[in-house]
Design a protein around this ligand. Sequence first.
Ligand code: SF4
Length: 317
Amino acid sequence: MSALLELLNVSKHFKVDSGLLGLKSDFVRAVDGVTLDVRKGETLGLVGESGCGKSTLARCIMGLNGVTSGEILFRGRSLATWEEKRLRRHMQMIFQDPYSSLNPRQKIGSIIREGLDIHEIGTPAERKAKVEELLGLVGLRPEHASRYPHEFSGGQRQRVAVARTLALDPQLIVCDEPVSALDVSVQAQVLTMLKHLQKRFDLTYVFISHDLAVVSHISDRVAVMYLGRIMELSPSETLFATPRHPYTEALLSAVLSPDPTDRAERIALTGDLPSPMNPPTGCPFHPRCPKAFEKCPNARPELKEIEPGVRVACWLY
Ligand code: SF4
């Protein structure tokens, strides 16, 4: 599979005023040198603790945050130089909160049609027909077009958000915690719908979630983020069966197995996530790593391939 999206050493640092009268400046390294490829037709899961930089990375991909350094390529062309408006049509985003991501004063039909109106695609009759088709694709009915968001449940609103993203025939959809705000039973329905739509339209997803069960269910490959960096990138099955990076091991061991015979030892992560304003030297995970050794605080391990398809940033490999 060829890469649809490539991130080349992408960083995003936010300036923060500090010190007396705010005269000193520090930088929050929200994303710090991420190199990643997303292959056409796959779902790349992005996991990590809250504050690890995964949502900032999503916003960088979508152009909602400019990058501090590095480059993002879509279909082999730089997002910084190609005509943005044309390119952005092929990249859409689904947000976590279906309550705040839809304008409460706009009817559902108008919300879904907005992209078509902005890009002046089709006649009014064709746009109306497209909205009805999209509502059908996400399991809603044509008459829902004349209703307002408050008349829908959380799951239905997220379906509307998905219909809106599909209006412009995207190739890539960045899903930022798309089911986290939904009940567990509704989560499964929305995930099934996303998989079905992916197959039908050959969509590529970047799927961000803190919920490892959800990520394992939907992802082909998974990238694990810590303090703005990728710690491990592996095929989903491999990562969940044999995690290589000590941080991935700790994350997975914290998830309770439904199987009472599964007595895998829990690895307690000691200490809080360090501040991205002042990240640890060497391996950023070393203050919390149960396997840290002499070299770890002194040199930063790069993400490298340790076997076909498995990339890890750790001095153990
Ligand atoms: Fe732990 Fe060292 Fe590997 Fe970092 S490089 S994860 S501190 S063993």
